[in-house]
Design a protein around this ligand. Structure first.
Ligand code: KIV
Length: 285
């Protein structure tokens, strides 16, 4: 597979080819996604919920995402790698945004950044970052970093007026230079309207079938969590069950002494064994 770029991703929308995006936070997983032909990897701030034990993405730091993005990029995947800019790492000032987005590329090895929000403040920051030569993916609809302001994980753009606000945000983000756009937790019709209005690819999560591509948090679609079951997450595997079965079998074999067996152990050659025991074996009476 040839490496994906902002150019090839944009071309996919023009050609009507659906874009496949998943999150990843480590090198082995990134290598698997690359092998399976996934188009884009998002090193999401969802690493906070998925790996770091946080209840939201708010506590995730720039260093956290850079650390995981660097691991993903060390796998040299053919997928296009996007580093998710965490809470308040880009909204304080244009200088802060430029510096931190630059670090995501330099130290995190990402090829683009994702910035949440469609307000004028964010649109201006997107323009500044794009002008500096850093590709930006936008993110509108439910933006988890604004969860307290939005009043919880609620469906956005549910009325025609609210949908129109999202369409306008998408248009402004495209004008500011975003190369693509995540749309999260909105009715299918709202996502369809946005997708038909903008020329850049839209990537949906909980946004129905009409987006140009789809993204899911890998840990959710693999079925690693029992207590997190939003309607839009389809479990494509039950990896939690696989892990539980493997751990149960390992524990059983360790406890009964059948692991490690000969196949998984190393032997000294006979002469050395004799010498070893000749020296150390207690004398028999
Ligand atoms: O952090 C993340 O994984 C995301 C996706 C849900 C789009 O932002």
């Amino acid at each position: 597979m040839t490496r994906k770029t902002t150019y090839s991703i944009r071309l996919m929308k023009k050609k009507g080819k659906k874009i496949v995006m998943l999150t990843a936070y480590d090198a082995p997983t990134a290598a698997i996604l690359s092998e399976m032909g996934v188009d884009m990897i998002l090193v999401g701030d969802s690493v906070g919920n998925s790996l770091l034990g946080y209840e939201s993405t708010i506590p995730v730091t720039l260093d956290d995402v850079i650390h995981h993005s660097a691991a993903v990029s060390r796998a040299r995947p053919d997928c296009f790698v996007i580093g998710d800019m965490p809470f308040m790492s880009y909204k304080v000032s244009a200088e802060q945004a430029l510096e931190n987005c630059g670090l995501m590329l330099q130290e995190g090895g990402a090829e683009a950044v994702k910035l949440e929000g469609g307000t004028d403040l964010v649109v201006d920051i997107v323009r500044t970052v794009v002008d500096a030569g850093i590709p930006v993916m936008g993110h509108i609809g439910l933006t988890p970093q604004s969860i307290y302001q939005l009043g919880g994980y609620r469906i956005q753009g549910r009325t025609a007026d609210l949908a129109e606000v999202l369409v306008q945000q998408a248009v402004k983000l495209e004008e500011a230079g975003a190369f693509s756009l995540v749309i999260e937790l909105v009715p299918s019709e709202t996502a369809k309207m946005i997708t038909e209005t903008v020329g850049i690819p839209t990537i949906g999560i909980g946004a129905g079938p009409y987006c140009d591509g789809q993204v899911l948090v890998l840990w959710d679609m693999l079925g690693l969590f029992e207590d997190f079951k939003p309607k839009f997450v389809k479990k494509f595997a039950n990896v939690r069950e696989l892990i539980k079965n493997a751990v149960a079998e390992y524990s059983k074999e360790v406890r009964e002494g059948s692991f490690p067996d000969e196949e998984h152990s190393f032997e000294m050659d006979e002469e050395e064994t004799g010498r070893l025991y000749g020296r150390t074996k207690p004398k028999e009476d």
